[in-house]
Design a protein around this ligand. Structure first.
Ligand code: NAG
Ligand code: NAG
Ligand code: NAG
Length: 264
């Protein structure tokens, strides 16, 4: 019995001193990141000082400066300690950017001299830009009306994103899914698309441009394909195309009139 207790003892002792971090964090540039963190120590201690260090700037157990947060110094606005001196060591990094990508470690010092503890290894944060990527039904050549096309808002270190905000030519679109699907694309869908995390305009991606050739493009393709077959087919096809062109011209004219009148 005594043997078992003795074997367990070292584990119990080291469990008293601990820092728990979340798994590695993938962050979008421009967002606010919270590192949820908890720490424990033997009950007879009181915490005097709490510190956070970045392994980009510091080394080992962060015995010396610099610290990104030091409860006994003035700190950068980007790093706010939202924990306490009891058990919560959470840190908020606001408007995070690529230069903040690093491993971070929490260190605390008790009122008893020499009793200091650093949570090692720390937590890794990698920061990336949001990006718009495209996937389309037609692999080669230009996309034409009727093709399907999918735009995705992605962060290359994360799985599926939660809610996002899409923009077309800078104006918000009603769509919170990280995927925009055009099952039958039209020339009207042409534009510059970008996305951000919901409520974080500062995470805005670069614009991705879609240009869809107008309706006139599809009869042209038709002619080339049909000419491989008989003359009879060509004549009927041309007639069909003419009819299509005429009707689309009429549509175009009427929509132009609408535009002109609405501009006035
Ligand atoms: C951190 O904790 C807060 C409140 O306890 C919670 O709302 C938030 O989702 C947590 N963040 C992560 C990344 O786990
Ligand atoms: C991000 O953090 C900064 C600094 O604390 C704050 O001013 C800003 O409102 C936060 N942004 C959001 C969207 O919470
Ligand atoms: C598309 O283009 C690539 C190279 O440019 C070629 O390898 C592939 O075979 C083409 N696919 C089709 C369906 O033509």
């Amino acid at each position: 019995m005594l043997q078992i207790i003795l074997l367990l003892l070292p584990a119990v002792v080291s469990d008293q001193w601990s820092v728990r971090y979340p798994p590695s964090i993938c962050a979008a540039r421009g967002s606010n990141v919270t590192i949820n963190c908890t720490f424990t120590y033997p009950p007879e201690n009181d915490i005097k000082q709490v510190l956070w260090c970045s392994m980009r700037l510091n080394k080992g157990k962060c015995h010396y400066q610099p610290y990104v947060y030091d409860s006994e110094a003035n700190n950068s606005q980007s790093f706010q300690y939202i924990g306490d001196k009891t058990s919560d060591c959470s840190l908020l990094i606001s408007n995070i950017n690529q230069a903040h990508s690093a491993e971070y470690r929490f260190r605390f010092i008790t009122n008893k001299e020499i009793v200091r503890w650093t949570g090692d290894p720390g937590v890794n944060i990698s920061v990336h830009d949001l990006r718009v990527s495209m996937c389309r039904s037609r692999e080669n050549g230009s996309t034409i009306p009727g093709d399907s096309l999918i735009l995705s808002c992605t962060l290359n270190c994360s799985g599926k994103l939660a809610e996002v905000q899409w923009f077309k030519n800078g104006d918000p679109i009603q769509q919170s899914e990280p995927v925009l699907t055009f099952s039958r694309i039209t020339a009207k869908d042409s534009g510059n698309y970008s996305c951000s995390l919901r409520n974080f305009k500062t995470t805005l991606s670069e614009e991705f441009t879609i240009y869809i050739e107008d309706v006139a493009g599809s009869p042209m393709v038709l002619i080339i394909v049909v000419s491989l077959f008989s003359l009879v087919f060509i004549t009927t096809a041309v007639m069909l195309i003419r009819m299509q062109l005429q009707s689309s011209l009429i549509k175009l004219k009427s929509s132009l009139i609408v535009i002109v009148t609405s501009k006035k």
